[in-house]
Design a protein around this ligand. Sequence first.
Ligand SMILES: *Cc1c(COP(=O)(O)O)cnc(C)c1O
Length: 400
Amino acid sequence: MIKCWLTCMKCAQTQPMGLVSRCACGGLLMVEYDLELVKRTLTKEALTDRISSMWRYIELLPVQRADAVVSLGEGWTPLIRLDRAEAQLPLKRLYVKREEQNPTGSFKSRGFSSAVSLLHERGMTKAAVPSNGNAASALAAYCARAGMEAYVFVPKDCPELIIQECLHYGAQLYLVDGFIHDAGRIVEEGKVTEGWFNTGTMREPGRVEGKKTMGLELAEQLDWQLPDVIVYPTGGGSGIIGLWKAFHELKALGWVQGELPRLVSVQEAGCQPVVDSVQGFGAGGSSSDTLPTGLRVPEPPDCGLIADLLKQTKGTAVAVTQTEILKAQQSLGEQGISASPEGAATWAGLMRLCEEGWIGAEDSVVLFNTSHALKYDFLLPKLTVPVVRTYADVVQWKGK
Ligand SMILES: *Cc1c(COP(=O)(O)O)cnc(C)c1O
């Protein structure tokens, strides 16, 4: 029985499932499933006693054999309601999907659990990735889990803790004097000689499928009622593509009805190719003083497609400043949520869109907190903390 195959997003031609991402026409290939086959075993009822990881949706993931799955317990992350903020703004509902709780501290775990499973299933032993950091540490962890070798290339200003995280998982790491696309060129140049499989953004079909599970989960956690708006921090764009694909599959399965959520991409001002593309400008490059985060992708491979998908859902894209991002990070911290700059950018984007009236009191909104604040410790304010030995020291310190 053929479970899935690849379909071109541009010309709709199909081809057998494989580790390729480009159609002969240049279009992006995506996995398509035999949904009739899927429905035989994947039902809403069946989900009630499935594993608490993204592999609960194994019928909608492209592995052929369950024993090929390389998992560290990714997915099924909490969806938290921010009731205080919701009342203040006001909004109908406001949630944060806590993707920082994934095994490698970011939603990248999902994509690499899926992609490394596909490589492992085909007996591959070496994978490489150009990354701003979290893709590198995710590849490193999943390769370690599968007994494979990981070669990761990150910009030389990559956060130190993420570098350490990659090394901790035993990856071979290179610091690149340049942006993520420069790292990408190195991987492409060396891959044949070195025997690396390039798992970079949109280089193979597995990562988007893994990210898609964010959308499947969100729907399930909201009892199959999709929110009105989703705010997502966009870099390479596979997160947005994955969410869009999830909702289409759920519609095709008849599990959700009505309009798709309006998808919003948030980027950092200064490196905002998706925002530019949505507004109809040519995508501009990156100013090198933007933060070293997952948002710093000056040349996303499928920028036009991402912009089209946003528009198709009546969504939009916004650029927020570094100052807004850091302020947002603090606001989320004050609500008990450890948000990476990317995750915090969604809060900043929400504030902006509420002010503009693009999001209003009748909307239910979901923010994706894609990673942890602590990975980017150098951005956190350096506060003075008291050192004490006795309670008298506390009293004295308070008196100062
Ligand atoms: C990679 C990354 C992003 C951007 O995601 P894309 O799917 O590449 O658009 C956002 N936040 C974090 C923390 C990331 O690591």
